[in-house]
Design a protein around this ligand. Structure first.
Ligand code: NDP
Length: 247
């Protein structure tokens, strides 16, 4: 057990992949959880698989600030405080710019950037009042590099890195910690959000090739570490690649 026991943690985007794996690890560590996403059936199955956990779920679309606020309100109603807010929801419909996929560009900006801002806005007043708290976001290696096809997705992840660094600088005096977790390839269903068949195939190949992608539990371990550090230690970023990843 680490000092995570008893901490109240909210996870947005907990219905699959990294969020689901992190939920399971944090339950093992004794955290009290409120998890959210759009797919209620998956959230419910996850909660039902953790019978001895202190865990509730809520349906929320991170692009809807009232729904995000309701998740925070639920945590306050149940536990009276929020120690950690994990902005993990994201989509990656990557494709070359020349395909002009306006709807997907808008979706990435709304979910990956506005979703993170909606989370920060909902929880910050509470953490300021508490004079403690930690806000975490799943950023990406794509928040550091761009490749052909990743322009908009990378743009959203560069933006999240900037927002989270701004948050750190503005809120350090209030004892609020800001952390980004920046994975390389992770074997999840995220690749399905790309509707470009070539991109989808490339990403699926990465997932299926031994050593070319991480497991969601590898990222969950990093989240657990970031939360477990003493309040005086701010882990600003953890960047994790599969050992064999090139860039
Ligand atoms: P998944 O597709 O498995 O998980 C994405 C999660 O985000 C799901 O729980 C999904 O739930 C949720 N989500 C998506 N859109 C919304 C929305 N509008 N409102 C609420 N929840 C939403 O993929 P990952 O686990 O891989 O993705 C998690 C994060 O990790 C993302 O931010 C992604 O950008 C980042 N990442 C992933 C990498 C990878 O290689 N897999 C690499 C680097 C970063 P639901 O559909 O039920 O709403």
């Amino acid at each position: 057990m680490t000092n995570i026991e008893g901490k109240v943690v909210i996870i947005m985007g907990a219905s699959s992949g990294i969020g689901e794996a992190t939920t399971k690890k944090l339950v093992q560590e004794g955290a009290k959880l409120v998890i959210a996403a759009r797919r209620e059936d998956r959230l419910k199955t996850l909660v039902d698989s953790l019978p001895n956990a202190e865990i509730s779920h809520a349906v929320a679309d991170v692009t809807n600030k009232e729904e995000v606020q309701a998740v925070v309100d639920l945590a306050i109603k149940k536990y009276g405080r929020v120690d950690v807010f994990y902005n993990n929801a994201g989509v990656m419909p990557i494709a070359p710019l020349s395909e002009t996929r306006f709807d997907e560009w808008r979706q990435m900006l709304d979910i990956n950037i506005m979703g993170v801002l909606n989370g920060i806005a909902a929880v910050l007043p509470i953490m300021k009042k508490q004079q403690s708290g930690q806000i975490i976001a799943t950023d990406s290696l794509a928040g550091h590099i761009v490749w052909p096809g990743s322009a908009v997705y990378s743009g959203t992840k560069f933006a999240v890195r900037a927002i989270m660094e701004g948050l750190r600088q503005e809120e350090r005096e209030n004892n609020i910690r800001s952390t980004i977790i920046s994975p390389g390839a992770v074997d999840t269903d995220l690749y399905l959000t790309s509707k470009d068949s070539e991109t989808q195939e490339w990403l699926k190949n990465l997932n299926d090739t031994e050593g070319m992608s991480l497991k969601p539990s590898n990222i969950a371990d990093a989240v657990v570490y970031a939360i477990s550090t003493p309040e005086t230690v701010a882990v600003s970023e953890i960047l994790i690649r599969p050992t064999k990843q090139v860039f």
